[in-house]
Design a protein around this ligand. Structure first.
Ligand code: HEM
Length: 387
């Protein structure tokens, strides 16, 4: 019966005739054709649409992290001394408003110790980056909350995802607040920069949000566990991804205490493999966060271990058939090699703003590759967990 036209109701999915592979509805009268012959089931369409929206949000977070790096590296972060989530969306509209904000800025130690006398024009120069950073944060909030409401009201959020999407909304709001608490620490007496601990918390929360948004999008697009052949790469990719995340954390402290302005040689630090004074501070744990020599050494060491682990994972992936896990192993190695080279260049050039900003942006690329690797080798979801 090749090519015969069925008289039963039109099929929902475009069935194909055996002769010539043409969909059988071509031969039907127009009215009898299915409305959307190639439409995937609604659930799959919803998963894809929500995933695309989340990927767009992840892209916006990436830009936000990059803007944050540029704001910090140009010393712009303390220029807006007010926390006004709604009214602050508009920049100053009059000379009087500019003067008011400048006068406020002139009361803090950073102005007196670093920027004294740089004038209203100098102030405007540092104002715009901080304003753009905050504006972008509002944009992310708008796109996320607006998208969530849109999908929710249309009943298009896939089953089980509502609590997670609400959690991401709460974390995003918290990130705005943490950002302000961080900025406020820079106004304290004798301070010309923000607290390194608060800076690291702000950076890590941004990256956690990014990772969760990306992971959720990937899970929507590819539910279910990784194929069996990915299993042999799981341990080595997990090690490389875990080390990459530790290196990122350590990098936050390098940035926080400006440890990149010292020991600008590589691979040796002041002519030694392990710098003198590694354990200078007591209690000893303080060396991990406050001792320039130790903080920079730890970042280099972790970066090198990450590179070695990524090389090992790629080596193990090489003989495997092409697949997501294999691609992820090579992508992770590529991102880490690039970031390692950028880190060395940033250090040797004594942290120019553009290179430091690039190093911060590419850290998000490393994280993206790490998340892809973890997702490509994930186990079956626990019973009751969403897939
Ligand atoms: C896996 C490789 C690496 C990762 C994932 C990584 C990640 C990071 C991150 C997240 C930061 C904080 C954000 C920022 O850039 O300000 C940072 C800062 C920094 N990293 Fe790395 N890094 C890596 C390798 C290296 C290497 C090999 C060096 C040099 C030997 C290096 C030198 C620096 C310096 C100097 C800073 C401070 C930059 C600043 O003050 O803005 N990094 N890194």
């Amino acid at each position: 019966m090749g090519g015969a036209v069925s008289r039963t109701p039109a099929p929902r999915q475009g069935r194909v005739s055996r002769a010539g592979h043409r969909p059988i509805y071509r031969a039907m009268p127009f009215d009898a054709r299915p409305q959307a012959p190639d439409a995937a089931p609604a659930e799959a369409r919803n998963r894809r649409a929500v995933a695309r929206w989340l990927l767009a949000v992840a892209g916006l977070i990436w830009v936000m992290v990059t803007l944050g790096g540029a704001t910090r590296l140009t010393g712009s972060g303390l220029s807006i001394m007010e926390w006004a989530p709604l009214s602050g969306a508009l920049p100053p509209m009059s000379d009087a408003e500019w003067q008011r904000l400048y006068d406020l800025y002139r009361t803090i130690p950073q102005y007196q110790l670093v920027n004294a006398g740089f004038g209203l024009e100098g102030f405007k120069g540092i104002f715009w980056l901080e304003w753009s950073h905050r504006f972008w944060g509002r944009l992310i909030g708008f796109v996320y909350a607006g998208g969530l409401a849109w999908f929710w009201l249309r009943g298009r959020i896939p089953a089980g995802y509502k609590p997670r999407l609400l959690l991401l909304l709460a974390l995003g709001g918290m990130q705005g607040l943490v950002g302000w608490i961080m900025v406020a620490s820079g106004f304290e007496a004798d301070r010309t920069a923000v607290s390194p601990y608060r800076l690291v918390i702000h950076l890590m929360l941004a990256l956690l949000l990014f990772a969760m948004v990306l992971w959720t999008a990937l899970t929507l697009l590819r539910p279910g566990p990784a194929p069996a052949e990915a299993k042999s790469l799981r341990a080595s990719l997990h090690a490389a991804a875990g080390l990459a995340m530790l290196t990122i954390l350590a990098g936050g402290f390098v940035a926080g205490i400006r440890a990149g302005l010292d020991y600008n040689t590589f691979p040796l630090m002041d002519g030694r493999w392990v710098p003198e004074g590694y354990w200078r501070l007591t209690p000893l744990w303080q060396n991990l966060t406050q001792n320039i020599a130790a903080v920079q050494f730890n970042h280099r060491l972790l970066a090198t271990l990450t590179l070695a682990a990524a090389l090992f994972a790629a080596f193990r992936a090489q003989p495997l058939p092409a697949g997501r896990a294999r691609h992820a192993a090579f992508a992770l190695l590529g991102a880490i090699v690039l970031q390692y080279a950028l880190g060395v260049a940033t250090l040797l050039a004594v942290v120019p703003a553009w290179l430091g900003t690039l190093h911060q942006a590419v850290a998000v690329l490393v994280l993206t590759a790490a998340i892809l690797a973890l997702h490509a080798t994930r186990r079956a979801a626990r019973p009751g967990a969403i897939a």
